[in-house]
Design a protein around this ligand. Structure first.
Ligand code: ATP
Ligand code: MG
Length: 405
């Protein structure tokens, strides 16, 4: 067994998860879901079969695999705690030692440690002993220094009954749960910074997402739809194939402007968004909604106004950023690559003829009393003109209207 080189490249990737969602007999379902998501995300770059092993998965690397693209893609798969390209070999002490020494020869003059884990309990040596012995062999071969506390390189050794793995290039994953281990949520996606982050948070709890955006076509230029699609495309890299419904909102907004005082309009717009989103939820059998609301951030997000906005919404509304600060949200948006898209200017449908000083403490009865227009009709008109867009991270985007929901 040799160190990775053109002759002897890595042959597998070990894939570790942090959380098994619901306890009980669900590990298998969880692992199968994660395998499928991994295959969907990076299969096209040369991942072969994926095996379920003790407490982890491992994926074969095909000849000519694009390792860089695979590692990059795996960094966006919810449910992975960490992963590393690895060499697989016989679970034999000599072979392990030789392989680690060869691998270590790639990193001269660095401090190191060996960290072994062992599911093969009949293996003749315990993990600390393997660490010591293999470490001593590296010291002897290369004069390298051990650092248990702050090593520059850690050689990971994993010993199973039928095989062992050796790796050093460990990458941190997103953690959380695999998408699809929970049901579907309707994510209300604005063009802002918060809602893409909120949608991703819920993906990391295993939820499937269906995006919905409300668009006032009479005030918006092309760039709004473009921006929303760019956000959806970005989110699909984490989610896998993802649907976005764009709902034209101008007719309802015109009706609202005619009868609702300016200071309440924002709240009524939002209430109508939920009325429409509820219909889409029903169609896709969703189990709730997700929004990017953050308490106190803007006028529509005071506790009173949030209460008025959500009154009448039967299914749960999840707002994972409710308690987050703007700085935290921005950092997260940067990390997931939505920030740069979100800060591009766009015409926001919610600023359409609203008051300079909107109501911040709306009384529910007052808001409801302003809804003197044909809500059901407005909802139907908007729904009839909705467009469905499909985003497939593997590159194909279906044309709008090819199918519904
Ligand atoms: P964001 O940064 O997500 O836009 P925000 O801080 O600007 O949030 P608001 O504009 O009050 O807050 O919107 C609150 C939430 O309502 C958004 O996070 C989003 O979930 C939803 N929302 C607002 N506008 C739209 C829209 N045009 N289409 C779909 N959802 C929307
Ligand atoms: Mg906004």
């Amino acid at each position: 067994m040799d160190t990775p080189s053109p002759q002897k490249p890595y042959d597998r990737i070990v894939l570790h998860y942090a959380e098994i969602g619901t306890k009980g007999g669900n590990r298998r379902t969880f692992e199968e879901k994660l395998s499928r998501n991994v295959a969907g995300a990076v299969g096209q770059y040369g991942i072969g079969s994926i095996r379920r092993e003790s407490g982890r998965l491992s994926a074969a690397l095909r000849k000519g695999a694009d390792l860089e693209a695979i590692l990059d893609g795996l960094g966006r798969v919810p449910g992975l705690a960490w992963f590393a390209p690895a060499l697989s070999l016989e679970p034999d002490f000599e072979a392990i030692t030789k392989t680690v020494v060869a691998m270590a020869s790639q990193h001269p003059d660095t401090t190191f440690r060996v960290t072994t884990s062992r599911s093969h309990k009949q293996f003749p040596m315990k993990s600390p002993e393997v660490n010591r012995e293999v470490g001593a062999a590296v010291v002897e071969a290369m004069g390298r220094k051990v650092s248990l506390g702050h090593p520059e390189v850690t050689y990971g050794v994993q010993i199973d009954k039928t095989r062992a793995y050796v790796h050093w290039d460990r990458h941190e994953g997103l953690g959380g749960l695999p998408v699809g281990t929970q049901g579907t949520l309707i994510a209300l996606l604005s063009g802002g910074i918060d809602s893409p982050v909120a949608a991703l948070q819920m993906m990391l709890r295993g939820c499937r997402i269906h995006l919905v955006h409300f668009l006032n076509r009479s005030i918006s230029t092309n760039r709004v739809a473009k921006k929303i699609k760019a956000l959806a495309e970005r989110l699909s890299l984490f989610h896998g194939p993802l649907n976005l419904t764009i709902v034209p909102f101008e007719e309802l907004q015109r009706e609202i402007v005619m009868v609702v005082p300016a200071k309440f309009r924002m709240i009524v717009y939002r209430r109508m968004m939920f009325r429409i989103a509820e219909r889409i939820r029903e169609e896709v059998r969703g189990l709730g909604f997700v929004t990017g609301d953050s308490v106190g951030q803007v006028a529509s997000q005071t506790l009173e106004n949030l209460r008025a906005i959500r009154h009448g919404v039967d299914w749960p509304v999840y707002s994972p950023l409710a308690g987050a600060s703007k700085i935290e949200i921005i950092n997260r948006a940067r990390a997931i690559g939505t920030y740069e898209i979100s800060i591009q200017p766009h015409e926001d449908c919610c600023s359409f003829l609203v008051a300079k000083h909107p109501e911040t403490r709306a009384r529910l009865e007052e808001v409801l009393a302003t809804e003197q227009f044909d809500v059901d009709h407005g909802v139907e008109v908007a729904l009839a003109a909705r467009e469905l867009h499909h985003f497939d991270p593997r590159g194909t985007q279906r044309k709008p209207g090819e199918d519904r929901t």
